[in-house]
Design a protein around this ligand. Structure first.
Ligand code: DAH
Length: 367
């Protein structure tokens, strides 16, 4: 058997020469693998006389343990070196300016949300909210739409099982309308009230202009002398500000909603051609929102005295407004998570909508 001291020096040299994980593994195999140096020496022990075998076996075991420790230490050293190199190569200098092509985009719905809140915010409205999963009281009953009311059929409702009750009337809904927030607001606060409630709404519907999840904004104004004239003025100002036009033809058509009396739908003037839709001119009309004077039954259900207070409400579809304002043809694409679509229709992040700084900036999608 060779001199163990010099063998150890040789093997240690092999280990310390290894520069990376692969080289170290090769060294390990050469020493401890099936045909490795130490393994070979262990095998050769069998041929030695008993006394020598014992002696040599002990020394070899010590050598093996020492070499294994060296391998372990080297492995840790290499891993630390590799990690440090990786961290250095992945370092991000947060002080560098943003690279144009790496920028994310603001979704058109978020943009419209900002625009609508900026406009109503300047008129003195507060933003209110409520849960997406509602009980039937807030989504329907308090809005003058009790169970079996025919108007419930106007909306294709998704019901959610109530784990605590088998009675269908107790089941929850994913809210079909942000009107539910009217109820929540009046329950919490006595008039004067002036709120908008933007949020997600859900109905079982799917085509180019309907998706099962969509966005609405609800508006509610309650005070002692709030009239239909206030409603008309408020919505007229809103629509002009929103479409960034000085004049825009508007008409109100009588309509029906269970929670308002009288109820109306607001149309705006436009020009429809095969290739284009121009808002604010022409002989065509486009339905834009529903509105009306809050029904006394709604006030009563929310704890507001209808002999003392009255007011108006309105509801509009955010997605539809985005489609109209920015010429986006299919609603389903809004929620397809397609980066190419976002690049095309999205907005640069720092152009926040405001009444002083500009709504959509230059009147179009700022890209
Ligand atoms: N909640 C109605 C809908 O989803 C929209 C609406 C119409 C809201 C008239 C109102 C309103 O507040 O007064 O179709």
């Amino acid at each position: 058997m060779e001199d163990l001291q010099s063998i150890k020096a040789e093997l240690s040299g092999l280990i310390s020469k290894a520069q990376d994980g692969k080289a170290l593994e090769e060294a390990r195999v050469a020493i401890l693998g099936k045909k490795g140096r130490i393994t070979d020496m262990m095998k050769a022990l069998g041929a030695l006389p008993v006394e020598q075998k014992k002696e040599m076996g002990k020394s070899l075991n010590i050598l093996k343990t020492e070499i294994e420790a060296e391998l372990e230490a080297k492995k840790a050293e290499i891993e630390t070196k590799e990690l440090n190199a990786r961290l250095a190569s992945e370092m991000i200098d947060v002080t560098l300016p943003i690279r144009q092509e790496k920028q994310g985009r603001i979704h058109p719905v978020s943009k419209i949300y900002e625009e609508v809140t900026a406009i109503f915010g300047q008129m003195g409205f507060e933003v209110a909210d409520g849960p997406d999963i509602e009980d039937q009281f807030h989504n329907f009953n308090a809005l003058n739409t009790p169970a079996n009311h025919p108007a419930r059929q106007m909306q294709d409702t998704f019901y959610v099982t109530n784990p605590e009750s088998d009675n269908f009337d107790d089941s929850y809904v994913v809210r079909t309308q942000t009107s539910a927030v009217q109820v929540r607001t009046m329950e919490k606060k006595q008039p004067p009230i002036r709120i908008i409630a933007p949020g997600r709404t859900y109905r079982s519907d799917y085509d180019a202009t309907h998706t099962p999840m969509f966005h609405q904004v609800e508006g509610l104004v309650i005070d002692k002398h709030t009239t239909m004239a206030h409603l008309k003025g408020c919505l007229y100002d809103f629509i002009k500000a929103f479409f960034e036009l000085d004049e825009i033809p508007v008409r109100y058509r009588p309509s029906y909603f269970p929670f308002t009396e009288p109820s109306a739908e607001m149309d705006i003037g436009c020009l429809k051609s095969k290739t284009e839709l121009k808002i604010g001119a022409g002989n065509d009309w486009l339905e834009i929102l529903g509105c009306g004077m809050v029904h006394p039954n709604v006030l009563k259900a929310c704890g507001v005295d209808p002999d003392e207070y009255q007011g108006f409400a309105f509801g509009l579809g955010l997605d539809r407004l985005a489609m109209l304002k920015y010429g986006i043809p299919d609603l389903r694409d809004f929620f397809a998570s397609d980066v190419r679509w976002m690049k095309h229709y999205g907005f640069v992040p720092l152009d926040e909508a405001s009444m002083t700084g500009g709504l959509s900036n230059n009147g179009g999608a700022a890209r």
